[in-house]
Design a protein around this ligand. Structure first.
Ligand code: F6R
Length: 259
């Protein structure tokens, strides 16, 4: 796990975009996309690079991490709509190249199983962008999720519903249930890019990076993955015990190694 502490959220977005650009320029890439506030700066950065420096997504595919159950794709807060509005409609993905879970599926278990098959058929995810919940969730794998879980339906915690209420008119409008890639599914992506900004994420980042591997902090499962990059601003890094070590190591990393 590489921990990179950056001076500002804008620097986190730039560095994340650098990592993603590397895959997109290399050939047909499969991107794993998160929604929520955290990756918005990264998506903005990628849109600018598409407009100003010819970064093309025409050969790429994308898979969303999760979706609210009960929201049709056209609902403004469905993750299908959010990713279109915030990123994919502003670049040049081919029609049908952006995949998401169907929150209205009659049979959520079958939908989850088919989603796993679609990811596998695409050759797996090359780079997966992740945010982290204040309770340590990644995707919508809430505390006590199986560290080996696959895509399935989950119930959001009250904390997550409260955190996400800002996207809805009222807290009670936040759906109770979601479909989410499992921790085992996420762990099959070849490179995991965990982003966090702001003091509200400091406890979760400290638990994920330096705490024990434990289902109470689902993001701690990233400790098992061979290629994880954690990009955090100063505030999100503020509760890490070994900040000096991370800064020192990154400052002396040879440029050719990349992220
Ligand atoms: C969203 C997702 C969630 C968010 C997390 C943080 O697709 O998978 O894990 O990344 O809830 O949300 P924000 O970024 O809004 O703080």
């Amino acid at each position: 796990m590489e921990i990179v502490i950056l001076p500002s959220p804008a620097e986190v977005a730039r560095k994340a975009a650098d990592a993603i650009e590397q895959y997109v320029r290399r050939g047909p890439a499969v991107l794993g996309l998160a929604t929520g506030s955290t990756p918005l700066g990264t998506y903005q950065e990628l849109i600018e690079r598409h407009r100003n420096s010819g970064l093309g997504f025409g050969q790429a595919q994308a898979f969303l991490l999760d979706e609210y159950v009960g929201l049709p794709a056209a609902h403004p807060q469905s993750y299908h709509s959010v990713i279109r509005d915030e990123f994919t409609d502003s670049v040049d993905f081919a029609a049908g190249a952006v995949h998401g879970l169907d929150g209205m599926a009659q049979d959520p278990q079958a939908e989850a199983a088919q989603y796993e098959e679609r990811i596998a058929a695409a050759g797996g995810v090359d780079i997966q962008i992740l945010g982290i919940g204040t309770d340590g969730h990644v995707g919508f794998n809430e505390p006590m999720s199986s560290l080996a879980s696959r895509t399935r339906i989950k119930t959001l915690t009250r904390q997550t519903r409260k955190d996400n209420a800002r996207f809805f008119d009222r807290e009670q409008d936040v759906p109770d249930h979601v479909l989410t890639q499992g921790l085992g599914t996420i762990g099959q992506a070849r490179h995991l890019l965990l982003l966090a900004m702001g003091a509200a994420k400091a406890d979760a980042i400290a638990a994920a990076v330096e705490g024990p591997l434990a289902a109470i902090c689902p993001a701690s499962v990233l400790q098992l993955h061979p290629h994880v990059t954690v990009l955090v601003d100063e505030a999100a890094a503020s509760k890490l015990t070994h900040q000096d070590y991370y800064r020192d190591t990154f400052s002396r990393k040879p440029a050719w190694q990349g992220l």
